[in-house]
Design a protein around this ligand. Sequence first.
Ligand SMILES: [Zn+2]
Length: 359
Amino acid sequence: MLVTAPIRDRSSAVYAQQRATANAGFTDAELQQFAALNPIDTHTHIYNYGPLYVAMLEKLHLHTIDIVDVDDRGLPARRNLAKENEIVFDLVHKSSGHVFACTSFDPYRFNDPDFAKNAIRTLNASFAEGAIAVKEWKNVGMEVKNAKGAYILPDDPAFEPIYRDIAAHHRTLITHIADLNAAWMPPDPKDADQSYYREHPEWFMYNFPGAPSKQQILDARNHILAANPNLKMVGAHFGSMETDFNQLAATLDKYPNFAVDVASRLDFLERLPTEEAIALVTEYQDRLIYGTDNTIYPGGNMERSVEDEEAGYARDWRYLATDKVSSSRGREVQGLALPESILRKFYHDNAVRWFPELK
Ligand SMILES: [Zn+2]
């Protein structure tokens, strides 16, 4: 029986508490099945690591993509592209082949002369160092403005040479473009999806009347897909269509060069009736990619972080692979018990297909 409970609160304090009370790690049998798939987590942000982190990847037979975001309002570790690249490649080199790099370009340089030319030069240097993908983040569409003071959109012609360069190098563009619908909705203290914006009012677009609508940003993303059919794009967080799976389906149907990861949005799948969730994953079994958005910032307790990460992987596995009712993000969910053929695509095959350099 499906027991409904409040959905996960996205504020970091409550989330940390829910993580602490989440299920324990894998049982031996679960770990064996999980590890046998050679799973890949295509969406992580790891700024703090060490032998414990790498040992966990080894134990889980897990490969990851570690992603750079340039965020001028974020923690110091995220403000500088060169510094972030350095951190990501350092982890790559210390990971015994378990971690792959996804670099980025610095959109805050948009108004510099030769923006695209300089971005491409930096990207190509990162490709030569082994980066397999490029991240474009929500600050394009929701923060950065052009010289006239207007918000820039992802399909701005200034970005086009960058997209062509990524495609020419057979790298993949990961887009976290737009955000949860809650960012554009009137404030509602009861809306758990808005808890993140209560902590981060700088992303609460409702308060920025001149800002593009969510649909405008998604349309701009779709223009990139149409204009660059050879560019492989993975839309992070269900392509920001987590509250409208019909729109997600239509977008996947229309653009064969588009796939999505489920990072930090699996709870939206969990909100669907079990049969609907199974039907969606079955129908789009070649286009959905596993990712978590796991983030480890400097300064925390490494042992605890690694335990939390492993518990998170076990929790997702129980939901996707078993028929158990388990506790996930503050609610009870019925496991989907997906067949092994689909789990293999979701956890491994699709990632390898959408990130051709992931070998
Ligand atoms: Zn992320």
